[in-house]
Ligand binder design. Sequence first.
Ligand code: ADP
Length: 576
Amino acid sequence: MHSPLRPLITATVVAVLLTAAVGGISIWRVYDNNRLVSFSYDIKDALDSLLSAITDAETGQRGFLITGDPQYLEPYDRGTARVHAALDHLASLATKDSLRPQDIAELRPLIDQKLQELAETVQARRSEGFDAAQRIVRTNVGRATMDRIRAIVTEMDRDEDAVLSTRHGQSLGSFQTAVIAEAVVAVSAIVLLVFLANVSRRRHAEAAARERITLRLAAIVESSQDAMVAKDLNGTITDWNAAAERLYGYTADEAIGQSVRIVVPPDRQHEEDEVLEKLRRGETIRQLETVRMAKDGRLIEVSLTISPITTSTGEIIGASKIARDLTPLRLYATDLEQKVRERTADLQAVNAKLEAFAFSVAHDLRAPLRGMHGLAQALLEDYGARLDATGRDYAQRIVDEATSMDTLINDLLAYGRLSHVDLAVSAVDLGDVLDKSAYAVRDDIQSSGAHLDIDSSLPVVQGNPSVLIQVFANLLSNAVKFGGDRPRVRVWAEMRGPQIAHVWVEDQGIGIAPEHQERIFGVFERLHGAETYPGTGIGLAIVKKGIERLGGRVGVESQVGHGSRFWIELPRAEAA
Ligand code: ADP
């Protein structure tokens, strides 16, 4: 039975028993009182028969005295004979009940005296005649004695009536108590029975619901694709589902009752000790990737989730273990990795081919382009006077287009070279690099009226001087180009620990929206048309590729309208 109900039921049963006991005692009292009542009636009868015996004797005596007829002696003799028996009977009752012994003690001599008086008068009438007997009667002694006897007997009878009335009252009280107690018992018993019937009905319903859940759970466990095993806190297997049979090769009959260590490889037995220790502390072990051993000795990679099994009172009685076979997952992952490797290699090869092709095309384009540029220039210089204005304009446009195409080809070649060429890395003083970079973009600086503020204590880094000059030339050129009117460009460095130099190139120009900040480092990624800001879209791609080839990182922090801060991170080197 469910524990919270037990005290309630115990209390009800005790109350019912107590009430039943009270009822029983009351019934017993009724019975006892009835016995005493009948006893009182016995006493009253005894008093009655004593008085009637004396009265009979006296009546017989009177008849004889008056008539002298011996027939009257017969009631007299009967009466006197009954008197003593009645008195003895009364005395015997007096020992057990309410009668006072002193009343009997007083009665006895009076009765003797009365019988004496009766005997004397009878004797006198018989031997001396009526007058002699009359003389004795006239003394009034007999009447006084009889009066006294009657008074005592009446008094005793009245006392017994009082006792009788008390006993009747007690009987009634006990009877009422018994009736009430038994009624309470009956009602309590009925309530208890109804309650127990309800509880039992609910229990049955709960048990049936539990059984349904158990069956459903059992079906789920049995049909699960993961191995499910239950064990007690000593590690003895108590449940073993079909998937466990498939995974480990032991049937449920073989496994249940055995130690769970049968599936733990010898070199991992310590794991089971740790698991049991954790379970005893109520901890759950989630996705423990480990190795287990099948019946045939085959090792299986599994992911285990082990949870304590607790009773409704919180006591830990065992553990449930779900084992997922990682083999298919591992095979799939290996297969996937292999595929990714192959595809990457393919892509890299295609990319390299494309880059090589672009590089050679760019390279091959350079010579005819220079030729076109030179000839157009010559046309302007040598035949300019003979051309009209439109002719000169066309020739000038050929020169300009050839120049910008040359820049694009140069940039592409520079970018391509960064991919192919082996870069020698040495300690490079960034101060020197910045001087050279600024010199490379001096025309842009001059034409825009930009002001460059380059920190004089830039660090020495691990790098390649010509790559770094290209990188900073691009960053400075952009800072000047996108830096607004009379650009102000600042370059400085921070040390990130002893190993890393973090160099900033900051302008106060147009800024870059957050959604573009990553893509601008790609080839040909431009945010503006060539009419607004001329350029090839390769500068930042060169920066990124160059820095990454030197083992560094590059990025930008910017807000539209509030300038940009490009940064590069490179390993530091000892000053040369
Ligand atoms: P280019 O400068 O030749 O256009 P880049 O690769 O150097 O090519 O730059 C790519 C794009 O990134 C630029 O077209 C420009 O839109 C943006 N950008 C680069 N630097 C800055 C800067 N300092 N401020 C704002 N925008 C910039």
